[in-house]
Design a protein. Structure first.
Length: 266
């Protein structure tokens, strides 16, 4: 198949491209460095020519020290979903597969609400869409530590999560996109949306402490809460845990820390 991938250099998107190329699919990575901007629409018409399916792995979040504002994330998600549908339909795209977040429909503010806006926008367009809700990626633990660090203290929320490796999520997205039955008769996702999570429940604070210890970082991990946040309880009440129908995929976070994915230089 000819498959386009948004966010092709990100945590999940890069794995998606790797897996598709290994299976001899014709892959079109859609990133700004190749002249394709899903937010402005620049280069999309050319990139989507002849594409059967789009895997939307864009995150809308910075990879560095600066986390985008919820407003910026919402603008990114809304524009990208609109352009993929409008320009994709004109280009003849048959199907879209997108990745979302477990429990995202429970959020009313912040980045959670912005991501839920993305999920709704991508599901409401004219092209048939499958959405996979994924747990927090293992790779996000060091990113959250980075975002929450002030001086020698890393401030993080106490979250009940069941984290999963980005490679496992990429594999699931590729399987959805290349499913021959869906390709023959594409329909949009019906609820409950498919989910993927790691093999066991964890607490973000424990994972952060493990990562800090393993990495030898001179940091103290401090849990925080925000009673003024209307969504504050969601992080700890189990809303971010998978439903019984979810696919569970290893490795655990601890095993992932010992893998080449966590330590690519090894």
């Amino acid at each position: 198949m000819k498959i386009a991938v948004t966010g092709a250099t990100g945590r999940v998107g890069s794995r998606v491209v790797e897996l598709l190329e290994a299976s001899d699919h014709n892959v079109v990575p859609m990133v700004r460095s190749t002249g394709v901007d899903v937010v402005t629409g620049e280069g999309l018409t050319t990139a989507l020519a002849g594409v059967e399916c789009v895997i939307d792995a864009s995150s809308g979040s910075a990879q560095g020290h600066q986390r985008p504002t919820p407003e910026a994330a919402a603008e990114f998600f809304t524009a990208s979903a609109r352009n993929l549908h409008e320009i994709g339909q004109k280009a003849g795209v048959h199907r879209i597969v997108g990745v979302s977040v477990l429990g995202i429909d429970r959020f009313t503010t912040g980045h959670g609400a912005a991501k839920h806006t993305h999920e709704k926008a991508v599901l409401s367009g004219p092209i048939p869409v499958r959405v996979l809700r994924a747990a927090l990626f293992h790779e996000m633990v060091p990113q959250l530590i980075d975002w929450g660090t002030q001086g020698e203290v890393a401030h993080l929320r106490r979250m009940r999560i069941q984290p999963v490796a980005s490679r496992a999520v990429a594999r699931a997205l590729v399987d959805l996109a290349t499913d021959p039955a869906w390709a023959a008769s594409p329909k949009r996702s019906e609820r409950p949306l498919p989910e993927i999570a790691g093999p066991r429940e964890e607490n973000l604070i424990d994972l952060a402490m493990l990562f800090v210890a393993r990495s030898g970082l001179p940091l103290r991990v401090q849990d925080v809460s925000d009673p003024n946040d209307p969504d504050d309880k969601i992080w700890e009440d189990g809303s971010l845990l998978p439903q019984p129908h979810a696919m569970l995929a290893g490795p655990t976070f601890e095993a992932w820390l010992d893998s080449d994915d966590a330590n690519p230089a090894t």
